[in-house]
Design a protein around this ligand. Structure first.
Ligand SMILES: [Zn+2]
Ligand SMILES: [Zn+2]
Length: 228
């Protein structure tokens, strides 16, 4: 039987002495960027390995991309702490791990009482070669037909349950926070004067809402297709 080269050891978990934390498969971590001054990379640990004698710990990671790093770039609806789970894998020295972080689902992120530095959220998977997102459509809200950015305050109409940006209904964030009740233009005819400056044509017989969505992958083709 031929002798094998020094085998790599796969580890379930590994203690990082330089940050005094133990990492394991599935953990999200911050990794030192190769470009000085750039924010840390966010990655998910897929596997941990060392040389046969336990030296040179390396992690197999799956990168999270920030919106800036995607082909389409950062868009208005992207949150400050949004990352995309990419199909881009790498083998990195465990020394480059700067700390652990938490990548929440979109819905659990929106329920956080406070967002800490190490909190992120992910609602899309991202194909780094084509720039395609999965899911490739996302629900839109408000008159501006934008996907929800969890950094932006929105107010909900008590009648139709649609969400609106304060600026899109002619008010301010401060004023919107003080509203006890809110009815949108379509549900509250007497409020229509508020919005004279907005020239967007509106169909009042369009109250039966179709599920509206935005195609997120094709950045040049923003119009929404309605099914049915
Ligand atoms: Zn809006
Ligand atoms: Zn309404």
């Amino acid at each position: 039987m031929p002798k094998q080269k020094a085998p790599k050891k796969q580890l379930k978990s590994y203690k990082l002495n330089h940050i005094n934390r133990t990492i394991q498969e599935g953990d999200a971590v911050l990794m030192r960027s190769s470009e000085p001054g750039k924010p840390s990379y966010v990655a998910r640990i897929e596997a941990i390995e060392t040389g046969a004698r336990g030296s040179h710990a390396r992690v197999r990671v799956r990168w999270y991309y920030r919106p800036e790093e995607s082909i389409g770039g950062r868009r208005q609806f992207h949150g400050a702490k949004e990352v995309f789970l990419s199909d881009h894998y790498d083998l990195q020295s465990a020394d480059t791990i700067q700390g652990k972080c938490k990548v929440h689902s979109f819905s659990s992120y929106t329920k956080l009482d406070s967002v800490r530095n190490d909190d992120f959220f992910c609602r899309f998977e991202y194909n780094s070669a084509t720039g395609a997102f999965n899911p490739d459509r996302v629900a839109v809200f408000c008159k501006c037909e934008m996907p929800y950015n969890p950094d932006d305050l929105m107010v909900q109409c008590e009648d139709c349950s649609e969400w609106f940006h304060p600026s899109c209904i002619g008010t301010t964030i401060e004023a919107a926070k003080k509203l006890d009740h809110f009815y949108c233009q379509e549900c509250s005819p007497e409020q229509q004067d508020l919005d004279n400056s907005n020239s967007t044509s509106k169909k009042s017989d369009d109250k039966v809402k179709t599920k509206r969505s935005l195609e997120v992958t094709k950045t040049r083709n923003k119009h929404t297709k309605r099914s049915g």
